[in-house]
Design a protein around this ligand. Sequence first.
Ligand SMILES: [Zn+2]
Length: 281
Amino acid sequence: MRALPASLLAVCGLIATACGSTGSGGAAAGQAAQADATTLAPAPTQARTKPQARAKPQAAARPLEGKTIVIDPGHNGGNYRDPKAVNRKVNVLTKWKPCDTTGTETNSHYTEAAFTWDVSNRMVKILKARGATVKLTRADNSSVGPCITERAAIGNKAKADAAISVHGDGAAAANHGFHVIMPKKINGPVDPVVADSRKLGLAVRDAYKKETGLPYSTYIGSNALDFRDDLGGLNLSTVPKIFIECGNMRNAGEAAKFQNSAFRQRIAVALADGLQHYLKA
Ligand SMILES: [Zn+2]
């Protein structure tokens, strides 16, 4: 979440663009899942011995049918190019804040924006295959914004059953671990969904710990749970919403994991499972 000087981030533009090329897979996710299903169908000989394997109940295959999920990939790969637009102050009810920030990066310049974009698109594929309607708050990892106010509005407009903003933190190198951020009551629009957001946060915290093996944050919150009233993405949400700081991108061990695509897939599955546990509870 922490901002970096534009001069540092200018170096990362190419990387961020390259990472962004894994995006836009959302629309193709259903087709990909179908293709996989076709490929994985039992061979004729297997079909004779195990006919029941072919007929799975629809509900089990698409447990999130009818659910709408909004995923907010934190920051944007192009933010460093337009400081004026990004630094424009917006009202998040408890204070005025910049429209967005550039986000952090690992010491080898893998940007938070590229990380969140990649993980979010993996989540889209997983959740669509499970039957959910899924919407992202940005369309690529090369442009600017949207503002945090708009990111919240997208979840509200979609009447999302759950929304999640994906981030990686930029803390001191010795710090490590992940944490979930949930809203507080502010005498504002988020108040009616504070309780459900907490449930969502607990479900995601538990799935993330179990499936990624990453520890609770050593430097923020209690048991990886943090509550804040200064985030526009939460204050302005009228649907259950949380942030996750997946780990500390400035910690060498976690940076190495985040730069590994297999580990990012593990993160995406864990987050999808957490959302599903909340939505099916
Ligand atoms: Zn962030």
